[in-house]
Design a protein around this ligand. Structure first.
Ligand code: C2E
Ligand code: MG
Ligand code: MG
Length: 557
């Protein structure tokens, strides 16, 4: 109770490097800790009252109350080395209820940390070039904009598109094309200051973001420099390859109000540079906005989509890989406009978010998915789970929990059969209000899934914190997993880690048998994708399930 160690097991000797007799009766528990870390934690406000030894408080009020309390801390071994450990603590109480001591279970999480670092790196860096991926670049750009807002400097974004990559790929093959991309990435990185951010946005698109610029002329010089650094021939085996780039430039705060705006306008300028004959840079100007007139009319039409009854939901079956049975479906929003035809969600959902109409649309989606979900459950005759996508903007909505509760109530769908799909970006903002909203959704009994897992800042610690039910591995990893060892490693690691955390894993976008076989071998729990069935209307859903049951997937690995 005073912190003096009274008993240890063999594993504790191994873990700490101390012998039993050096610890038992001789040592206070806090001596095993990195003292600075303990103090920092205590300062950060975790209630480390109670077990006070050497003036350092370790155990929390919860542990003393008889509950299990867990945290990740660092142990200091006898030989002076440090190891990260997961500590679980619990009070031992006498029959009368008073605390007689504490049990501490520590396990070495070095390997887990290494895996975490590894996947975080893989998910944030492009495998071919080592440059950061789009989501990270956007994140860094937002930070740069924030800094420059404070300091009154400028941020410049350069979006670069290689002009002839497709031709090179077609003529010399993708392998040589990849070497060209890697060389360009290398030159871009060398061509800028180390404080600038260079990212690969996919395919043949790159971005450079420069911070702390004070002079507009510098920006043009940098752009010219980037154009030039692509000019020298690239030697790939016996070939001498010449490649050029089209660069679009935009600066904050001159032509953009925030980071998203900045990158979008740089991209408009890049398109203009391409149309204007390639191998050059163009700085954004207002005339380029005319091209977005299309967008305005789309936005206008979208405002009427809901009242005009142009929205509907399609449902994509989700299949258990252990039983082959359909266990649920994802509701996917569809918009059919009389003039524009079928508009893809990737186009109109961001628009609805920016135009501020995602909230009424999202509310309609919940109502509709729960009602139609009930009907499909009745027809199919099983307790299917209905997954609904949630956009980050909806997450800020103050009455989100009421919206969900109302949809459950009017439809009669049990809360445990509804799942919301959120993206990692929601978890990344570790704000009180986000935590609170998630908790209240959980309290309703609704399940939580993480969508597009692996494409953001994947961190398993978020998952531990929020207790999610399911991870959806992003389709891009599934597609690559078959012939890209990096992607395969990511998928394997995600599955293994999730299982150790008791979280189910579903693979998105499974398109062929080869991908399915890979997933079966890795013991992935569930799958969804065109291999089984594309999204279908509520009316077609039953037929689609019957069809799937008629052709059971071969579960032999
Ligand atoms: P998501 O949630 O990741 O949805 C999966 C997407 O993969 C869907 O695209 C689906 O049609 C598509 N898909 C299905 N099978 C396959 C396959 O075998 N291969 C490939 N490559 N893709 C497949 P969709 O319907 O175009 O939706 C795109 C995104 O729009 C969704 O991605 C989701 O983020 C968003 N979305 C859709 N409905 C809603 C909604 O009601 N609310 C919100 N906020 N977002 C939605
Ligand atoms: Mg989804
Ligand atoms: Mg997804």
């Amino acid at each position: 109770r005073e912190g003096v160690i009274t008993a240890v097991n063999l594993a504790a000797e191994k873990l700490t490097g101390y012998l039993r007799e050096e610890m038992v009766g001789q040592m206070v528990i806090t001596a095993l800790h990195d003292e600075k870390e303990l103090r920092e934690r205590a300062l950060k406000g975790r209630s480390m009252r109670l077990l006070e030894a050497d003036g350092v408080e370790l155990l929390t009020a919860r542990a003393a109350g008889g509950e299990m309390d867990e945290m990740e801390l660092t142990y200091l071994r006898k030989d002076g080395t440090r190891i990260p450990v997961n500590l679980a603590m619990r009070a031992v109480t006498t029959a009368s209820g008073s605390v007689s001591g504490f049990v501490v279970v520590a396990f070495d999480i070095t390997e887990r940390r290494r895996m975490l670092d590894h996947i975080t790196y893989m998910a944030t860096h492009d495998a071919l070039t080592g440059l950061v991926v789009r989501s990270v670049l956007q994140e860094h750009t937002a930070e740069a904009v924030e800094r420059s807002r404070r300091w009154g400097t400028k941020v410049a974004a350069f979006l670069i598109d290689l002009d002839q990559l497709k031709r090179i790929n077609d003529q010399l093959g993708h392998q040589k094309g990849d070497r060209v991309i890697a060389e360009i990435a290398h030159r871009l990185q060398r061509g800028v200051r180390s404080s600038d951010i260079v990212g690969r946005l996919g395919g043949d698109k790159f971005a450079v973001v420069m911070t702390d610029i004070t002079n507009a002329r510098d920006v043009e010089q940098c752009a010219q420099h980037l154009v030039q650094c692509m000019a020298p021939a690239i030697t790939v085996d016996e070939h001498e390859i010449y490649i050029t780039g089209s660069i679009g430039v935009c600066t904050y705060p001159d032509y953009a109000t925030d980071a998203v705006h900045l990158l979008r306008r740089a991209s408009l300028a890049m398109n203009a540079a391409k149309e204007n004959g390639r191998n050059q840079f163009m700085v954004f100007n207002e005339s380029m906005l005319r091209e977005t007139a299309d967008r305005l009319s789309l936005e206008h039409a979208l405002r009427h989509a809901l009242p005009n009854g142009e929205l509907s939901l399609a449902y994509q079956p989700q299949v258990s890989l252990s039983s082959g049975a359909v266990i649920g479906m994802e509701a996917l929003l569809r918009w059919h406009h009389p003039k524009f035809g079928q508009v893809p969600p990737s186009q109109f959902i961001p628009l609805a978010e920016e135009a501020g109409i995602i909230l009424p649309i999202g509310e309609w989606v919940f109502q509709r998915a729960c009602m139609e979900g009930m009907e499909m459950r009745r027809q199919v005759g099983t307790d299917l789970i209905i997954s609904v996508n949630l956009s980050p903007r909806q997450f800020q909505q103050s009455n989100l929990v009421q919206v969900i509760a109302a949809a459950l109530q009017t439809s009669g769908l049990p809360a445990a059969s509804l799942e919301i799909e959120i993206t990692e970006s929601i978890l990344m903002v570790n704000s009180e209000s986000n935590r609170d909203t998630l908790q209240r959704i959980r309290d309703l009994g609704v399940r939580i899934a993480i969508d597009d897992f692996g494409t953001g800042f994947s961190s398993f610690s978020y998952l531990l914190q929020y207790r999610v039910d399911r991870l959806k591995i992003d389709a891009s990893f599934i597609h690559k997993s078959v012939d890209d060892t990096n992607a395969a490693t990511i998928v394997r690691t995600i599955i293994a880690m999730s299982h150790s955390l008791n979280i189910a894993v579903i693979a998105e976008g499974v398109e062929n048998e080869e991908q399915l076989r890979f997933l079966l071998r890795r013991r992935c729990d569930e799958a969804q994708g065109r291999y089984f069935s594309g999204p279908v209307s509520a009316l077609e859903f039953e037929a689609s399930v019957l069809n799937l049951n008629d052709q059971p997937i071969s579960l032999s690995h």
